[in-house]
Design a protein around this ligand. Structure first.
Ligand SMILES: Cc1ncc(COP(=O)(O)O)c(C=O)c1O
Length: 398
């Protein structure tokens, strides 16, 4: 009998290559320590510490009061798709028809849908290593191969045409990038996006650009891939700049040829994204909400400046400054050759939670950790003291 039970609950073979999202494990351990009374500085979480802006919250409450509790169309509320189209016109001077925009449960929903739509078993997708860990798992769940391309400071931790040439294989069908990227916070210029787009055109591959950290840049504005390529597949979200992580709302943009397939998959996979979140998000583009987001961006910039100067002073290597998002991907070679042990010791002995490089890929992953400046300046001051003590303690190396 036990044999039958084992078979019944045996998970599918495709799960074999799916790695855990380690930052969640760090978070869990940090919360356990907190429950035991320890004080922890959270520099692990990729989530803004601000609550959703008041106008957006109010719009969500009003939607509930008005009884907007049923499904929306699978592709999203028409007025929200129009609002997102207006955002591309206003902020990027590019025309995107609302029909090409699909509202999803977070960027995660968009990435999962796009992987299912574009990839056959055995296809390959080139992506950065280090990069956002879930992407390679979305690709693998579609039966495709995540083709990890080691990147470093020389290419600003981004893919380049030369790297695509070097690492593409006969089965390569797509190129997935993020600008700004997670965990490195680096960006792609319009010229760089164009060069990736040309390579994809020449090699009959799709180009997917994750723009989830757009708005959170410290370089005075970023190009959308849609400005340089009408064929680019673009993913975005209300999670980060718009501060709505828990509402679970994102979107993607596809070329006309993929609209029908996107609709079918959206209907089947999600039925629709959260209705109350969509009504709330309608307010996120208004001037009073944007003013709040811009104040928050200024605060992130201040935190970035503070934390990066602390890290450099303490001996971490920060070869490229954070250009966007809220991460610093720092080299720990001066202290340890094992990022997992480093993070474990930092959390257990000094009460500072950060994410090991092993969460983001294979390349040089033991010599890097990611600091997320998603906590206030008061907490960063405490982190400064604790890091100072930690690096001088000798307890961070094995
Ligand atoms: C690069 C990147 N893409 C996508 C996501 C998923 O975000 P969400 O599903 O909250 O929109 C994240 C979350 O951290 C991310 O860092």
């Amino acid at each position: 009998m036990s044999g039958a039970t084992e078979t019944r609950f045996k998970t599918a073979a495709r799960l074999r290559d799916i790695s855990p999202f380690r930052v969640m494990t760090v978070l869990e351990r940090a919360r356990t320590l907190e429950a035991q009374g320890r004080s922890i500085v959270h520099l692990e979480v990729g989530e803004p510490d601000f609550v959703t802006a008041a106008p957006v919250l109010e719009a969500g409450r009003a939607a509930l009061a008005q009884g907007h509790t049923g499904y929306t169309p699978a592709a999203g509320l028409p007025q929200l798709r129009e609002r997102i189209a207006a955002y591309y016109a206003d902020c990027h001077d590019v025309t995107v028809t609302p029909e090409r925009i699909f509202v999803t449960p977070g960027a995660s929903g968009a990435l999962m849908l796009l992987a299912q739509m574009l990839l056959n078993p055995g296809d390959g997708v080139l992506m950065m290593d280090p990069g956002y860990p879930c992407n390679r798992n979305f690709v693998r769940l579609a039966g495709a191969e995540a083709q990890l391309v080691p990147v470093n400071a020389q290419s600003n931790f981004q893919l380049t045409r030369a790297l695509l040439e070097e690492h593409s294989k006969p089965n390569t069908r797509g190129v997935w990038v993020a600008s700004p990227g997670n965990p490195t916070g680096t960006i792609l210029s319009a010229e760089e996006l164009l060069s990736l787009s040309h390579w994809c055109d020449e090699h009959d591959a799709h180009l997917l650009v994750d723009e989830i950290y757009h708005g959170l840049d410290y370089v005075g504005g970023l190009p959308s891939a849609l400005e340089v390529s009408p064929n680019a597949l673009v993913v975005n979200s209300f999670s980060k700049y718009f501060g709505m992580t828990g509402w679970r709302l994102g979107w993607f943009v596809v070329p006309d040829q993929l609209v029908a397939a996107s609709n079918i998959l959206a209907q089947n996979l999600f039925i629709a994204a959260s209705t109350v979140a969509q009504y709330a998000a309608l307010r996120a583009f208004d001037a009073d909400a944007v003013e709040i987001f811009e104040q928050r961006r200024a605060e992130f910039a201040q935190r970035r400046d503070f934390l990066s100067s602390v890290l450099v002073e303490l001996g971490f290597s920060v070869p490229v400054p954070t250009q966007g998002a809220f991460y610093i991907y720092a080299g720990i070679e001066k202290f340890s050759d094992d990022s997992e042990h480093f993070c474990h010791a930092l959390l257990e002995h000094f009460g500072v939670a950060v994410t090991p490089g092993t969460d983001f890929g294979d390349h040089d992953n033991r010599r890097h950790v990611r600091f997320a400046f998603t906590t206030g300046m008061d907490q960063l001051q405490i982190a400064d003291d604790r890091l100072r003590e930690a690096v001088h303690s000798g307890r961070l190396s094995r």
